[in-house]
Write a protein that binds this ligand. Structure first.
Ligand SMILES: [Zn+2]
Length: 292
């Protein structure tokens, strides 16, 4: 399994020399399972991915499967600008949960869409279909499952199993243990909300690669409780509790600089070392590949 991060920013795309390494594009990850192409989220990172695919494919058809975690702008804004669907024959399957299709359709062709975007959906060359996720989806030999996360609006995370390796993608998630301290005490393992937190950890269990929401620095989080995002500490705790092998901090705050992200990573590594944990914190830049 080969994973390439095309966008790891949350909220809005940004640019500038102080974020050139981790990049300014929003959520989009390319996953290659053998010859099958899976795309996690369609944020602005989808735009450079689409350009590269169009160049590489030449006259050949585009075939790909996209999996959407939810419909917030930073996860879908690249879709109307995804070049292969305008240039190439083929098929793009967009997978999501119930309700996403209507929002997607309205994005392309709903009342007033022309006010926002100039190209009607009918102009695409690629066949674009929406498929509602069943409990487990198969693409070639890859097995894809999903689980619900705590974020405003319906949001899910994905787990991909292929060739004996696993990737878990849980962005846009705020653990209840952090957001509802009154309801979920530190030593509480029995309440409903504590159980949901535990099930998210179970979903990420033994992941070879965990890509997790780390929007806020730990010291920022107290002012941002309820925003639906994790702190770096949350991401680390999920990674350690789930006994994941590798962790990528994801969905970086738009104002976070490369140096600040490096400092967060260093802090995480020190905490893992102190706990004698085995979790590795990986630091792929935008456009870089992780081989599993
Ligand atoms: Zn987001």
């Amino acid at each position: 399994m080969e994973t390439r991060i095309w966008g790891m920013r949350g909220g809005t795309p940004v640019s500038g020399s102080d974020c050139s390494r981790y990049g300014g594009n929003t959520a989009c990850i390319e996953v290659r399972c053998g010859t099958d192409l899976l795309i996690l989220d369609g944020g602005s990172g989808l735009i450079p991915l689409g350009q590269q695919l169009t160049e590489k494919l030449g006259d050949r058809p585009f075939i790909g499967q996209m999996f959407l975690t939810h419909m917030h702008w930073d996860h879908i804004i690249g879709i109307p600008y995804f070049l292969p669907v305008y240039r190439l024959q083929g098929k793009l399957v967009i997978h999501g949960i119930a309700g996403m299709e209507e929002t997607l359709l309205s994005l392309f062709q709903g009342a007033g869409a022309g006010e926002y975007f100039p190209v009607p959906m009918g102009k695409v060359k690629t066949e674009v279909v929406f498929e509602e996720l069943s409990e487990e989806t198969r693409v070639g030999d890859a097995k894809i499952s999903y689980y619900y996360l705590n974020h405003p609006g319906l949001t899910i995370g994905f787990r991909i199993e292929y060739g004996g390796k696993s990737l878990v993608y849980i962005t846009d998630n705020e653990p209840y243990r952090s957001s509802n301290k009154e309801l979920v005490k530190d030593d509480d393992d029995s309440s409903f909300l504590a159980r949901i937190d535990r099930e998210v950890i179970q979903f990420a269990r033994n992941a070879d690669l965990l890509i997790a929401d780390a929007t806020f620095a730990d010291e920022e989080y107290a002012d941002l409780i309820g925003a639906g995002h994790s702190s770096v500490g949350d991401a680390l705790r999920i990674g350690l509790s789930a006994a994941a092998k590798n962790l990528v901090l994801f969905h970086h705050h738009p104002l976070r600089t490369d140096d600040e992200i490096d400092a967060m990573v260093e802090k995480c590594r020190q905490r893992v070392e102190k706990l004698k944990g085995k979790l590795k914190i990986l630091t792929p830049g935008e456009g870089e590949t992780i081989e599993l």
